[in-house]
Design a protein around this ligand. Structure first.
Ligand SMILES: NC(=O)c1ccc[n+]([C@@H]2O[C@H](COP(=O)([O-])OP(=O)(O)OC[C@H]3O[C@@H](n4cnc5c(N)ncnc54)[C@H](OP(=O)(O)O)[C@@H]3O)[C@@H](O)[C@H]2O)c1
Length: 285
């Protein structure tokens, strides 16, 4: 087991996790619907993540739906004590592969129980309330939805809460209802809308977990990024991950991949050292 993953560790509430984590969404079929083309490779990716020492895996019962949670259970249950699975609720899937919001209290309770069942757990370590829609965050109160999750936490079904795809106002509103340990929003070298929010959360000891750290369904493309990567004999993906680790100590990585080779490449690549000149150049993207 590799003990020294790039970035070291962070504590989510009372749960120690490696800052280099893994996002399981890419393990389902095309457009996150149905089973993967190569189920054995999907199981191998999850086992390799744990062997590499990763202790933070991000999932959702909406992936597949149910598919990634069932793969996680098949690959890793009973889970190592050190492993912490973070899931999210607040959206379902429709027959066209869309992500319709499902944030009324009954839908949220059902989603929490589905996650428990499919993951084979009695308690979920961290549950994020996913807000907004596929186009991004949308303003509006989260009170009813977040109060429902806070109740489920009081009942002992959830250890810690977070929010996802949220505006800064919604993050602030959530914190008036219950403590949060993380915010999971879209952020990467080319999409830096949350710069201020990241710094505020860092000051308060709350994690910021960028989704689409590599650009998601359309990989990051930038001449500057490619030039810096070439100079460092690295790759654009490695530099993009290393930059996130340098950006702020509260940033946790959950890059997605369906390939053990890419997983190993990303873990090794994120250790690349960026000089002040490299950082200044990347800042211009
Ligand atoms: N809260 C939300 O609303 C939300 C939304 C989206 C995602 N998420 C979470 O965030 C995680 C990360 O997002 P993501 O997986 O969509 O996007 P991502 O991490 O930005 O990028 C994943 C893509 O990059 C490719 N890739 C990874 N490593 C590579 C490498 N070394 N070389 C070439 N290609 C590589 C993957 O293809 P291969 O499979 O071929 O490696 C995949 O297509 C997800 O897994 C999910 O857990 C959350």
């Amino acid at each position: 087991m590799e003990q020294n993953l790039p970035g070291g560790t962070w504590t989510l509430g009372d749960l120690a996790v490696t800052r280099f984590g893994y996002g399981a969404m890419q393990l389902a079929g095309p457009w996150v619907m149905g089973p993967p083309a190569d189920p054995d490779e999907a199981l191998a990716v999850l086992r390799a993540a744990v062997e590499l020492g990763i202790t933070h895996i991000d999932t959702s019962d909406a992936y597949g739906p149910h598919v990634t949670n069932q793969l996680l259970r098949a690959a890793l249950h009973p889970y190592p004590d050190a492993l912490h699975i973070v899931t999210k609720v607040g959206a379902n899937r429709d027959a066209q592969g869309g992500w319709p919001p499902a944030r009324d209290p009954a839908a949220l309770r059902d989603a929490v129980h589905r996650n428990l069942r499919n993951l084979g757990l009695d308690v979920l370590d961290v549950v994020n309330l996913r807000l907004g829609d596929a186009a991004g965050p949308r303003p509006g109160s989260l009170a009813e939805a977040f109060e429902t999750l806070a109740e489920l936490r009081q009942q002992g079904l959830i250890r810690h809460l977070g929010v996802s795809n949220a505006t800064a106002e919604q993050v602030a509103e959530a914190r008036t209802i219950a403590p949060i340990v993380g915010v999971q929003n879209m952020y990467n070298l080319a999409h830096r809308h949350d710069d201020r929010l990241i710094d505020q959360l860092a000051a308060d000891g709350i994690a910021y977990v960028p989704f689409f750290p590599l650009g998601g369904f359309s990989p990051l493309q930038s001449e500057t990024l490619s030039a810096v990567a070439e100079r460092l004999s690295s790759t654009p993906m490695s530099v993009a991950l290393a930059w996130l680790l340098r950006r702020s100590p509260n940033i946790l990585l959950i890059p997605g991949t369906s390939s053990t080779a890419h997983l190993r490449e990303n873990v090794a690549g994120a250790a690349v050292t960026l000089s002040p000149d490299d950082l200044a150049e990347l800042d211009t993207i």
